[in-house]
Design a protein around this ligand. Structure first.
Ligand code: ADP
Length: 267
């Protein structure tokens, strides 16, 4: 059903004869469209906070436009918009860093149990508002040849999403366990769940579920594309299972060849 995009060139060949050269540019066109979409998306996402900031700055320049009691709100809004832009630029940099780095040499041994615990520790402030119960079940002797930075980005993005998108007082379950010779990670939440039509698009850059677009969670829609790319570097794929009203589960399997074989325990 997919159509092909063709670039055609006509060249003189001989008297009254022409050569018709047709080139399949489907892939090129697609890449070019993606690049344009990307630039348009970034510009659009930065434009909104900049407009808000500009509005306030103009008001500050003419104090009669800004009653003293609104000053506090203005500063609060500008701080929030700055944080939003900062978050977005950080995520864009992270995405571009992950996309442009070559395949890893896989020499670094990453202690996943320690990494997951440190991520749980780092989100405690974010979670203090939500008061989710975070349960972990980790195999302590299951390290991965990979990139600690990228795996950390994976766990942090999935964990902060579980916290942000679930109503307060939920339960978040993290597991890291052996599965035959490979290893499996999963995080499940008791959040709102995700409708099936969104599932396949969640890892696209800037994709957010409509209801979250304008919400206070202030995400960028870049988190899951970072996760996707970081996992690809570990020959792994993000699996998303979700039931509306029951919660979501994000999981991946790290293949056996990237698992550090446990050193003999005997000393
Ligand atoms: P962001 O969180 O910055 O919006 P992500 O790429 O991390 O971007 O997530 C994309 C979208 O997927 C989110 O906007 C949200 O709508 C949805 N989503 C992600 N994680 C969850 C979750 N655990 N429960 C429900 N929805 C989620």
């Amino acid at each position: 059903h997919a159509s092909m995009e063709v670039e055609v060139r006509v060249m003189p060949y001989a008297d009254n004869q022409f050569l018709l050269i047709a080139r399949d540019v489907t892939q090129l066109t697609k890449l070019e469209r993606m690049r344009k979409d990307f630039v348009a998306n970034v510009s659009h996402e930065l434009k909104t906070p900049l407009t808000v900031m500009q509005g306030y700055l103009e008001m500050l320049d003419e104090p009669e436009l800004l009653p003293a009691k609104q000053l506090h709100k203005a500063i609060h809004d500008m701080t929030a918009q700055t944080a939003r832009m900062q978050n977005m630029v950080n995520q864009l940099l992270e995405l571009s860093r992950i996309e442009s780095s070559g395949p890893d040499s896989f020499t670094e041994e990453v202690d996943m149990a320690a990494l997951i615990r440190s991520c749980v520790h780092d989100v405690s402030l974010l979670n203090s508002e939500k008061q989710h119960r975070i349960e972990v079940s980790l195999d302590e002797h299951l390290s991965v040849y990979g990139s600690a930075d990228k795996l950390r980005a994976v766990v942090m993005n999935l964990l902060t999403n579980a916290i942000k998108y679930s109503p307060a007082g939920g339960t978040i379950n993290l597991t890291w366990q052996r599965r035959h010779l490979a290893a499996a990670f999963s995080i499940s939440d008791t959040g709102p769940g995700i409708e099936p039509e969104h599932l396949s698009r969640l890892t696209e850059r800037f994709y957010r579920i409509d209801a979250d677009r304008n919400s206070a969670t202030g995400g960028t829609g870049l988190g899951l594309s970072i996760v996707k790319h970081a996992l690809e570097h570990h020959r792994s794929r993000l699996q998303i299972d979700s039931k509306v009203g029951q919660g979501s589960r994000f999981s991946f399997v790290v293949p056996a060849e990237l698992i550090v074989q446990a050193k003999a325990d005997a000393t």
